[in-house]
Design a protein. Structure first.
Length: 97
């Protein structure tokens, strides 16, 4: 492959999905639970509703603590429930220390 075809192949790949949420649990080995909230318009009542969903993410260095705001990125399946990796810790919870 030439460098031109490598560059075009890299451009054609999709960006990984990135979510931002709050760590609710960090009690497992190298695994955190991240709660992501989003606003959705209710299909029948047309009101904006806050929906939250939990994601299990891999935290190799165990750097995220409960209450931290983190960014997670989609990855290949790592276990039965884990399909996300910790990308970065955005803000740390001061009361946890």
């Amino acid at each position: 492959m030439t460098s031109e075809t490598q560059a075009s192949a890299a451009d054609s790949r999709h960006e990984r999905q990135v979510l931002t949420g709050i760590v609710t649990s960090a009690k497992m080995e190298k695994t955190i639970v991240v709660e992501v909230q989003r606003l959705v318009k209710h299909p029948k009542y047309r009101r904006v509703v806050r929906i939250s969903k939990k994601f299990y993410a891999h935290d190799e260095r165990r750097q995220a603590k409960p209450g931290d705001t983190v960014r997670i990125v989609a990855s290949r399946p790592l276990s039965k429930l884990k399909r996300w990796r910790l990308k970065e810790v955005l803000t740390q919870n001061a009361s946890a220390e």
